[in-house]
Design a protein around this ligand. Structure first.
Ligand code: ADP
Length: 457
């Protein structure tokens, strides 16, 4: 069921129940009051008649009946019956009485005193009265025609008021629900217009203060993030294709030129070497792109195990020196590492080796002396690995950007690279729940610091 209908119905039912209870109370209290009033009037009348009969000299039953017949204050269908101490009826206000008073009722009155009750449509009241001849019992009855009529009128009015109120309540509930939900409906109407090609659109934030406005703001923020992610993805794809197309163009250019004429053996070797380098760099770029995607999307499936950080550093160094024998990598420990736990972390050895290898390679690549110092330091239960070089450094305003895929600082000129290494490093560190920071000064050098929690922590 639509929220609008549900709100309308809930509102109508709640207010209708309250209204019904209020009307029911009014009816019940009115009935009680009128009944009480009728009892009192009937009792007073019966008492007056009894006193007239017993206490006023010269008044007997016949005269009294005559008086009663012409009495304007007589109540509708009024009958008064008086019984002596042996329960014999000594007076009846009507010649042809309709009411039959059961002896049990008379005995009951003698027992408890005043007694009010209903007999068919008659409202009855009975009470004992002490006269000179002993205890007599007076029973009076009348039909409360006016009271019943008034009650019936009241009941009809209340029912009509209730039904009209129900209709008014339903209509006003609908208007109220429509008004309350209008801002949400507006947002709902606006959302379908936002597609992948119109991610710059935003939904109306209304008055900016209420809950719907907050919902719209949150939605808009999410749209902004989505738009940003979309842009990043588009530039990523554009950059990736550029990175692949450039070496491919280079390769085909070189091969085409080499085919233009017959060349010497040395020239062919030089061209083949150059093409091979381009192919290796192309392979590296493709591998890194694949790794970037894998570590980002499929992080749950990366197997993790306790591994020795220093072992991986030595392996990375050996691997790097296979392709770059001129790189000088010095690994040293700072402090005392007698306990193995301090050097053990939970991670994926292959991925961590990629991290170490990239940082070592960058340090050597961007330093004229092709030298890097790797320092393993223990700080409480953490391990910090410093990769320090004395190279070209990274300009201050670009230090945050170097982790973006394909970003290369302005001061790299000759050195080849894809701009993917550091983004991969950062992503792998995040995948391990660890962090990376850097300190760098142009022309003086750069220091990347990896922060690892160890199994000791
Ligand atoms: P690249 O393939 O260009 O080396 P990276 O992602 O590894 O890509 O690095 C991104 C950029 O960060 C580099 O192009 C360079 O500008 C800068 N950079 C990384 N490491 C160093 C370093 N040790 N010294 C100076 N600049 C560095």
């Amino acid at each position: 069921m639509e929220i609008r209908k549900r709100l309308t119905l809930q509102f109508t039912v709640i207010v209708a129940v309250i209204l019904f209870c209020a009307e029911f109370s009014v009816y019940i209290f009115s009935e009680l009051r009128w009944r009480e009033d009728f009892y009192t009037r009937l009792q007073n009348k019966a008492m007056a008649v009894t006193k007239l009969l017993l206490d006023v000299e010269g008044v007997n039953a016949d005269i009294l009946r005559l008086i009663e017949k012409n009495n304007l204050s007589t109540m509708p269908f009024e009958e008064i019956h008086i019984f002596d101490k042996s329960n014999e009826e000594v007076f009846s206000s009507r010649d042809s009485a309709r009411l039959v008073i059961a002896p049990s009722v008379i005995a009951h009155i003698r027992g408890i005193g005043e007694y009010e009750y209903q007999q068919d449509e008659y409202t009855m009241v009975g009470f004992p009265y002490h006269s000179g001849t002993g205890q007599i019992v007076v029973v009076a009855g009348a039909i409360d025609i006016y009271g019943l009529r008034k009650l019936a009128n009241l009941r009809n009015i209340l029912i009509i008021v209730f039904l009209i109120s129900l209709i008014i309540l339903y209509i006003s509930g609908r208007i109220y629900a429509n008004r309350a939900l209008r801002p949400i409906l507006k947002v709902i109407d606006e959302v379908p217009a936002i597609t992948e090609s119109t991610l710059h659109l935003r939904v109306n934030e209304g008055n900016g203060r209420d809950e719907v406005a907050r919902l719209a703001k949150t939605f808009n923020k999410m749209l902004a993030r989505l738009e940003n992610a979309f842009k990043v993805q588009q530039t990523f794809i554009a950059n990736a294709s550029h990175e692949i197309r450039t070496p491919l163009a280079h390769i085909s250019g070189q091969l085409e030129v080499s085919l233009l004429k017959e060349r010497s053996k040395e020239e062919y070797i030089r061209i083949i070497r150059s093409v091979l380098n381009d192919i290796i760099s192309l392979g590296n770029t493709a591998n890194r792109l694949l790794l970037l995607t894998l570590t980002n999307a499929d992080s749950y499936h990366v197997p993790m195990a306790p591994i020795r950080i220093d072992d991986q550093l030595w392996e990375a160094k050996a691997e790097l020196q296979k392709t770059h024998p001129d790189f000088k990598i010095q690994i040293r420990f700072k402090g005392n590492f007698e306990i193995d736990h301090y050097l053990t972390t939970v991670g994926n050895d292959q991925l961590l080796r990629i991290v170490f290898l990239n940082l070592m390679e960058n340090g050597c690549k961007y330093s004229p002396d092709h030298q890097i110092e790797v320092v393993i330091e223990q700080v409480d239960s953490m391990i910090r690995i410093h990769f320090k070089d004395k190279g070209i450094g990274i300009p201050r305003e670009e230090q945050e950007l170097v982790y973006e895929p394909f970003y290369r600082a302005k001061n790299v000129h000759k050195q080849q690279g894809s701009g993917l290494g550091l983004s991969l490093v950062k992503q792998i560190m995040m995948l391990h729940g660890q962090s990376i920071s850097l300190v760098s000064e142009p022309e003086k050098g750069t220091e990347f610091i990896l922060h690892f929690s160890t199994t000791q922590g």
